[in-house]
Design a binder for this molecule. Structure first.
Ligand code: XMP
Length: 326
């Protein structure tokens, strides 16, 4: 039997009871597969890796070693939440790697988007490999592969973003959610007790804010993208748009225009807001965000985000725009 094919008889996981049954089955399967050996997992804080982490913690506790790499391109509060949930609440064996300077130094002056992606992907593998080598007795590598990854790429987690994991680390794979669709992974995550803002998180690209700080990344402009993004998310939450809109974020281009601050003409960046809906990310429509909400967001961003004097709302569907700006 091909273990990468979802059997026709497999029931869609839509309820807590079905999720509980799946969890019990997987906990037993994981224990049978790994015994008392150690398992390594790259824990980004995304839905898939978080659900895999929670499942493995339930199955093998401290024998799961979670590595969370902070590459400096995460959203505000993301690493803190991973630490709080997994170390604080689930008692996970979590290694936090502060690789912010490493990534930002490598990215300095790199303006081409594909080159930026390559640098981020390659550096991620390097950091993860270094951490893997520091750990003793790892025999397995857990991955948050889900069924669409298998369907789209014959088993290679291609969308997963930062270029996949090291190939020369000869570990056997543990992929407990590989036959599940995204909505099922969320139901399982909920049943495992993960917080809603992790389980229902909007998609976030592997290169993170790196592709939203257009052109060559600088620390000050990256901070502007992150702060503006946090305001956008907060206001979408308040307006009841979080969970309704498929993906929403901010972009800060590498250009300045004149504006007025404290009675003086000053050159600062514009900040672009993007909020789109889609089924499969191949095409997308723009969310009709109430003007009053856009005004509140604009007001907050120009007053609270250092270096930003204008806010624009991107009205372009895909095509002709892509969802991201680079
Ligand atoms: P585009 O911009 O191509 O985006 O319309 C479609 C979806 O893919 C996400 N995206 C990425 N995800 N690594 C990722 O993991 C990437 O390099 C990347 N680029 C775009 C984007 O956020 C959107 O959901």
């Amino acid at each position: 039997m091909d273990t990468n094919v979802r059997p026709d008889t497999m029931q869609r996981i839509t309820t807590t009871a079905l999720a509980d049954a799946f969890i019990a089955e997987q906990v037993a399967a994981i224990r049978a597969q790994v015994g008392d050996k150690k398992v390594l997992l790259a824990l980004s804080g995304g839905v898939d890796s978080s659900v895999v982490a929670a499942l493995l913690i339930k199955a093998i506790g401290q024998n799961l070693v979670c590595v969370h790499v902070n590459h400096g391109l995460l959203r505000k509060g993301e690493s803190e939440q991973v630490i709080k949930v997994f170390r604080g609440e689930m008692n996970a064996n979590l290694v936090y790697v502060d690789a912010v300077d490493r990534f930002l130094d490598k990215l300095a002056g790199v303006a081409d988007p594909e080159q930026k992606r390559k640098v981020i992907g390659a550096e991620f593998i390097r950091v993860f490999e270094e951490e893997a080598r520091k750990q003793q007795g790892i025999a397995f590598l857990a991955q948050g592969t889900i069924y669409p990854d298998i369907l789209e790429s014959h088993g290679v987690k291609a969308h997963h973003n930062v270029g996949g994991l090291p190939e020369d680390l000869q570990f056997e794979l543990v992929e407990p959610v590989k036959l599940l669709f995204k909505d099922e992974v969320r139901v399982v995550g909920k049943a495992l007790g993960l917080p809603d803002n992790m389980v229902y998180r909007q998609p976030f690209p592997g290169p993170g804010l790196g592709v939203r700080c257009l052109g060559a990344i600088t620390r000050d402009r990256l901070a502007a993208v992150r702060e503006a993004d946090a305001i956008l998310r907060e206001e979408f939450d308040k307006a009841g748009l979080a969970g309704k809109v498929w993906q929403y974020f901010t972009v800060v281009p590498d250009l300045k225009s004149v504006g007025i601050r404290d009675g003086k003409r000053v050159e600062e960046w514009p900040c672009i807001l993007r909020a789109v809906n889609t089924k499969d990310a191949m095409t997308a429509t723009v969310e009709d965000v109430p003007f009053a909400v856009l005004q509140v967001i604009t007001n907050r961003i120009v007053n609270e985000v250092k270096g930003v004097n204008r806010v624009l709302y991107d009205l372009t569907p895909k095509p002709t725009g892509t969802i991201e700006w680079e």
